[in-house]
Design a protein around this ligand. Structure first.
Ligand SMILES: Cc1ncc(COP(=O)(O)O)c(C=O)c1O
Length: 411
């Protein structure tokens, strides 16, 4: 009989990850996720959380979460379809659909779970999925769970997308197969925006169903500084058939949503496996999420102009970071987008890592993103803007970036 060691690989693989510098060292936050935090005992300015609107420690959200927990308990007891469908989930969905100006919405435990569960039922074996090359891992995993034909198009490249659509048309001249066209709204590594108006226009010419993951656009993009997201930014309500959002970023809580037509939601409530087979969010999550929607609603007594504050911070920081010398084309391109992600390109992995370490010594929490997560030579510090940052905070950060950029000879 072969003498197997069933667990040896765990240590071996982990050591390999460490030796190759690929380990995700987890830092420990000892305070709420705010603009000023204590991380592993050190006071730092937070520049790497997705808490764009600074809502995660907001008094109104906390009050709503506490009230929901006190009234309805710590857990929901079941999956939605059996005994875990609470009135508060339905209220969250109704208010989210209203916010998005769509017919219907459904809530999932997270955005990752929503992508993983919603994509597979939308296509059959031998249909087509068309996906931007830089789409998020949760979309990639959702696609992997299908048996359909997958085609990638070059990042935000309309020529490449059209080429793929034409190819599909030639393979399926009678239009019997479905095409699901998926893109991130805002790309999390580069902070750039999908040209959703052009993508939707091309897709609709070929009869594709349009699916957008707006994890980083929600609460940030949209007309009149209302934070309704990329679909609203381009005025595409009713044309983008599937919108995925998350409450774990700008909305300050956690949970995924799918928004669209009543038909879409009815269909996915009965076919999305990670919806049907996973317990529903605890009441406190729903309470906090409803609180976030109230803070964003100009008609609500809890309204605060957090989106406006965030957008002001984004444009101030982005323009200055390029001016002080971080002029790589990716940084400069992101500076032209009203997104909250600022990729500050440093070059090789060790440069970005050194800059992050030095920033931390100087009081700033901003982590590096390195190859293989991003192309070689474009290792970066990915700064995330936050509505709660003051001008003094931003100027302090810019001063440190300028000093350290010189010290490390980045420019
Ligand atoms: C583009 C994108 N989609 C989906 C997700 C997953 O969202 P959640 O945190 O709700 O699981 C993320 C999170 O990193 C993301 O960046």
């Amino acid at each position: 009989m072969v003498k197997r060691n069933p667990t040896k690989f765990l240590k071996d693989e982990y050591q390999k990850i460490q030796a190759e510098g690929r380990e995700w060292v987890h830092r420990s936050l000892e305070t709420p996720s705010e603009t000023q935090v204590v991380v592993d005992g050190q006071e730092l300015l937070m520049l790497c959380s997705n808490n764009y609107l600074n809502l995660s420690n907001h008094p109104h959200l906390k009050k709503k979460a506490i009230e929901a927990a006190e009234k309805l308990g710590a857990g929901s007891g079941s999956v939605r379809a059996i005994a875990g469908n609470m009135a508060i989930h339905e209220e969250w969905e109704r208010k989210h659909a209203e916010f998005k100006e769509q017919e219907a919405a459904m809530v999932w435990m997270s955005g990752f779970i929503a992508n993983e569960g919603a994509i597979p039922p939308l296509v059959r074996k031998d249909d087509y999925i068309l996906s931007d090359m830089l789409n998020h891992g949760s979309i990639i995993d959702g696609i992997r769970l299908t048996k359909t034909q997958r085609k990638l198009y070059e990042h935000c490249d309309m020529g490449s997308l059209e080429e793929q659509l034409k190819l599909i048309d030639s393979e399926d001249p009678n239009g019997e197969k479905r095409i699901l066209l998926i893109t991130d709204g805002v790309f999390s590594m580069d902070g750039d925006m999908a040209p959703l108006d052009e993508i939707e226009k091309l897709g609709s010419e070929y009869g594709a169903m349009m699916y957008v993951d707006d994890a980083h656009g929600d609460g940030v993009l949209g007309r009149d500084k209302k934070g309704k997201g990329i679909v609203d930014h381009f005025g595409l309500q009713g044309k983008v058939q599937v919108e995925m959002n998350t409450y774990s970023k700008a909305m300050g809580v956690v949970g995924g949503t799918i928004t669209g037509s009543r038909d879409l939601v009815n269909f996915l409530r009965n076919t999305g496996r990670s919806y049907l087979l996973s317990g529903s969010p605890p009441p406190a999550i729903a309470g906090g999420a409803i609180g976030a929607l109230e803070v964003l609603d100009p008609k609500s007594q809890y309204f605060e102009p957090v989106v406006e504050k965030l957008l002001g911070n984004c444009s101030y920081f982005k323009s200055k970071i390029v001016d002080i010398g971080f002029g790589h084309e990716i940084t400069a391109a992101s500076a032209k987008c009203p997104t909250a992600i600022v990729p500050i390109i440093c070059g090789e992995n060790d440069v970005a890592k050194n800059l992050s370490d030095r920033l931390m010594e100087e009081g700033i929490f901003a982590l590096p993103i390195v190859f293989p997560m991003v192309p070689r030579g474009t290792a970066r510090i990915r700064v995330m803007m936050n509505a709660g940052l003051s001008k003094d905070d931003l100027d302090f950060a810019l001063m440190k970036f300028e000093d350290l950029g010189r010290e490390l000879k980045i420019f």
